[in-house]
Design a protein around this ligand. Sequence first.
Ligand SMILES: *[C@@H]1O[C@H](CO)[C@@H](O)[C@H](O)[C@H]1NC(C)=O
Ligand SMILES: *[C@@H]1O[C@H](CO)[C@@H](O)[C@H](O)[C@H]1NC(C)=O
Ligand SMILES: *[C@@H]1O[C@H](CO)[C@@H](O)[C@H](O)[C@H]1NC(C)=O
Ligand SMILES: *[C@@H]1O[C@H](CO)[C@@H](O)[C@H](O)[C@H]1NC(C)=O
Ligand SMILES: *[C@@H]1O[C@H](CO)[C@@H](O)[C@H](O)[C@H]1NC(C)=O
Ligand SMILES: *[C@@H]1O[C@H](CO)[C@@H](O)[C@H](O)[C@H]1NC(C)=O
Length: 623
Amino acid sequence: MLRFTLLWLLVFLFASISSSSARPAPYAMRISCGARQNIRTPPTYTRWYKDFAYTGGIPANATAPSHITPPLKTLRYFPLSEGPENCYIINRVPKGHYSVRIFFGLVEHEIDNEPLFEVSVEGTIIHSLKSGWSKNDEQVFAEALVFLLDGSVSICFHSTGHGDPAIISIEILQIDERAYYFGPGWGRGVILKTTSRLTCGTSKPKFDEDYSGDHWGGDRFWHPIRTFGKNADAPRSTESGIKKASTVPNFYPEALYQSAVVSTDSKPDLAYTMDVDPNKNYSIWLHFAEIDATITSAGKRVFDVLINGDTFFENVDVVGMSGDRYTALVLNTTVALSGRTLTITLHPKKGNHAILTAIEVFQVIVAESKTSPEEVRALQSLKKSLGLPNRFGWNGDPCVPKEHPWSGADCHFDKSGRKWFIDGLGLDNQGLRGSLTNEISKLHHLQSINLSGNSIHGAIPSSLGAVTSLEILDLSYNFLNGSIPESLGKLTALRRLNLNGNSLSGRVPSALGGRLLNGASFNFTDNHGLCGIPGLPKCGPHLSAGAKVGIAFAVFLSLVLLVICSICWWKRRQNILRAQQIAAASRSAPYAKSRTQSSHDIQMSRNPSRGRTASENGPSLLS
Ligand SMILES: *[C@@H]1O[C@H](CO)[C@@H](O)[C@H](O)[C@H]1NC(C)=O
Ligand SMILES: *[C@@H]1O[C@H](CO)[C@@H](O)[C@H](O)[C@H]1NC(C)=O
Ligand SMILES: *[C@@H]1O[C@H](CO)[C@@H](O)[C@H](O)[C@H]1NC(C)=O
Ligand SMILES: *[C@@H]1O[C@H](CO)[C@@H](O)[C@H](O)[C@H]1NC(C)=O
Ligand SMILES: *[C@@H]1O[C@H](CO)[C@@H](O)[C@H](O)[C@H]1NC(C)=O
Ligand SMILES: *[C@@H]1O[C@H](CO)[C@@H](O)[C@H](O)[C@H]1NC(C)=O
C-alpha cells in the first residue's frame, strides 16, 4: 500500500515538474539570401542560414537598408529571364502559427533601381512594394502572421514589370497558437499582415526590442515615434518595472511599456493618422500603461478612443482597467475601412490628457485556397517533359495568387472542395521540343488542350483516354508519330480533335471515326499514313496481333533456313577444293600437305563464328 502511494507521488511529482518547466523554444528559420555561408549576427548571435540549396536567382552584394544589426551583406535577385514567379519552398516546418518576415534590398551600385514586386505566402499576396520603399524604414520588410499546416511553406516573389525582385532575408518564426486572436473571424483561413507597429515617446531604434523579450512573441520590430506632431504631445518614460507585460498569447516586451506619449494642454486630443489600403478590414491593437507619476489612482485619467471619428472604446481608464499603475493594458478591435487613411484619436474626458504607449495595425487578409497537390505535381513533370522554357517560370502554385497564375494553365475553382484545379492547357506555338507523357492524364479536370504548332515528338500517350472531360484536343502541327491510341475513343465529350500536320500512321480508331457524324470537328489530314475513315486512304488488310507474330516468325524462319543453306553450300564447296588440293599435294611433298591442312582448319572454325557474332550484335545494338 505504502509502495503504491509512493509510486503515485513520484508520478505526480514528475508530471508537475514537466508541466511547470518552460515550454520549448519556438521554431525559427532565418535565411540570409545570397549568403555563401551561415552567419551569426550580434548582439544576440542569431543564426542565419545560407540559401545555397533553396532556389534560383542570382546572389549579389546588397546596399542594405537592413535593420538587422550588423546588416546582412548579401541578397538574391530574380531577373525576368527566370520567369515571373520565383519561390522559396521551405520544408519540414512544424504545423503551427508563424510570423513570416521578408526583407527587401537593392543590388549594390544600383541604388536608383528600386524594384517593385509582390510577395505571396502559401499562394496569398501579403505585400505589394510601393515606390519609395527603400527610403522608408517601415517599408523595407513585409511581415504576416500565418498558419502553416502543410509541413512546408512557399514564399514567392512576383514580378510586376518594374525591376528584378531582390530579397535580403526570410524569417519564419513560430508564435503562439492564439497570438493576435481578435474574436470571431480570426482563424486558420485568415492572415494578419503587419501594416504598422509603433512604439511611442521614444527615439531609440526599437528594431531589436523584442529580442530581449520572449521569443514566442515573434521577435517583432517596433518602429519608434517620439511624437505625433510638433507641440501635439510630450514623451514620457520610466525605468520602473511593468506588470502584466509578456503574457500569453502575445508576449509583449516589458520595455515597450516604459515609454509613452501624453497629450498637452494646447492639444488635449492625441491623434495619429496613417495611410492604408482602402476597402480592407483592419485589426487594431492599442497599448497603454500609466507611467505618468501625476496619475496616482483610477478615475484620474479617462478618455475615449475614436477610429476615423467613430467611438470604439468609451471611458478608457488605464489604471482602473489594468488594475494598477505601471501595468500593461492592451485593447484590440477590428474595423472595415473604405478610405485611404486611418486616424486613431484619444479624446480625454477626465484629466485633460490622454496617454498612449504603442499601436499595432494589421490588415486582415482571407487566405487563398491552393491547387490540389496532385495537379501541381503533374504540371511540374509536364514542364520537364515538354521542355518548357525558363521564361515561363511555373514556380509556386499554378492558380494562386489569382493575380499571378501560371501562363498556359487555366484554372477553375471547385467551390465544394475548396480547391483549384486545371481545366485548360494553352501552350500553342511556344517552341516546345519535348514529348507528351502519361502525367498529363493526372490532370483529371482538363477540358481543353492546345499544344498546336510546337515541335513535340513521340507518341500520343494512351492514358489521355482517361481524361474523360476533354472537349478540345489540338495537337496539330507537331512531330507526333505512331498510331492514334484506341483509348481516345473513350473521350465521349470530345468536340474538336486536331491531329493534322503530324507523322501519325495506322488506322484511326473506329470509335473516333464514327463520331464525325455528330457535328464534332476532327482533323486527321497531313499525316504520314493514317487510314480507315472517309477522306483518308483505305487501310491494308487488317491483321490481328497473332497474325503479325505469325508473319514475323515465318520471315525469321526463312532467313535462318537461307543462312543454313548457304553455309552448307560453302562448306561443300570448300571440301571439294580441299580434296582437289590434297590430290595435287600428295603428288609433291607430304610434309607441306599437313601444314596447309591445319592452318586451313583454324580458318574454318573462326570465320563462320565471327560472322554469326556480328549478325547477333547488329540488331541488339539498334533496338
Ligand atoms: C561582394 O563583396 C565582397 C567583399 O565584401 C567582394 O569580395 C565580392 O566580390 C563582392 N561580390 C560582388 C558580386 O560584387
Ligand atoms: C481582442 O479583443 C477581443 C474582443 O474584442 C477579445 O475577445 C480578445 O480576447 C482580444 N484578444 C486578445 C489577445 O486580448
Ligand atoms: C470585412 O469583414 C466583414 C465581416 O467580417 C466581411 O463581411 C467583409 O467581407 C470583410 N471585408 C473585406 C474587404 O475583407
Ligand atoms: C489552338 O491554337 C492555334 C494556334 O494558336 C489556333 O489556331 C487554334 O484555333 C487553337 N485550337 C483550338 C481548338 O482552339
Ligand atoms: C517516333 O519517333 C521517335 C523519334 O522521335 C522514334 O524513336 C520512334 O521509333 C518513332 N516511333 C514510331 C512508332 O515510328
Ligand atoms: C484540316 O487541316 C488542314 C491542314 O492540315 C486544313 O487544310 C483543313 O482545312 C482542315 N480541315 C478542317 C475541316 O478544318
